[in-house]
Design a protein around this ligand. Structure first.
Ligand SMILES: Cc1cc2nc3c(=O)[nH]c(=O)nc-3n(C[C@H](O)[C@H](O)[C@H](O)COP(=O)(O)O)c2cc1C
Length: 189
């Protein structure tokens, strides 16, 4: 069994990214061998990173790090803000990769979704997040990644994963996360 930690990169409420992850969790319930739950730490409540704050210690950051360290697999859904990953998500990732926690993400299987009301589905933020997770954080980024464009139209037509292409991508992403987790467990990680 692989448990997937769902992380929305949006601090807005409502959020099309959080809603897409909620819909993904419904799909997870129909799949064999995977379960999912949302990150409990609110990224919105994580303070802006400062060296002073780091030296003082931050219980919410400790909680965030513990949730990541315990993750068997992770799916992010990120908005795109001016062509980039939103600051709230970047801030949490910066906190998660400091000092003795620098290798926190190493080899954790990660899938990346991006969602936008626009036509390109946050493709640039998706690409940026995958690149950072792979090259900087050394996570194991799986394919396919998923770009969800024109969110409102999908919602009006029955939901994001009522779309057959997106549903197929999501199923393949879940399979890839499960396979990567099993491989990691077999290697004794
Ligand atoms: C500061 C800001 C910048 C944005 N930049 C982009 C952008 O570059 N590309 C895009 O497709 N949408 C952009 N948007 C629109 C977001 O995709 C939209 O607000 C979406 O609902 C964000 O996801 P969320 O609802 O999960 O927070 C931007 C929104 C904000 C607030």
């Amino acid at each position: 069994m692989t448990h997937i930690l769902l992380i929305s990169g949006s601090a807005s409420q409502p959020s099309v990214n959080t809603e897409t992850l909620r819909q993904l969790s419904e799909l997870v319930e129909q799949e064999e061998g995977v379960t999912a739950s949302f990150l409990e730490t609110s990224l919105f409540d994580v303070p802006h990173f400062t060296l002073q704050g780091e030296n003082e210690g931050q219980p919410i950051v400790d909680a965030l790090r513990q949730e990541i360290a315990a993750a068997e697999a992770v799916v992010f859904s990120t908005p795109q803000h001016n062509g980039r990953v939103p600051a709230v998500l970047k801030n949490a990732l910066d906190w998660s990769n400091r000092g003795e926690f620098r290798m926190l993400w190493k080899d954790i299987p990660v899938g990346v979704v991006s969602v936008s009301p626009g036509a390109r589905g946050g493709a640039k933020a998706n690409e940026q997040l995958r690149e950072d997770l792979e090259k900087v954080f050394k996570a194991r980024v799986v394919e396919p990644h998923i770009e969800v464009a024109r969110f409102e139209e999908l919602q009006a037509a029955g939901g994001v994963f009522a779309d057959e292409v997106l549903k197929d991508q999501a199923r393949r992403m879940l399979e890839a996360l499960k396979a990567a987790d099993e491989e990691r467990k077999a290697a004794g990680a």
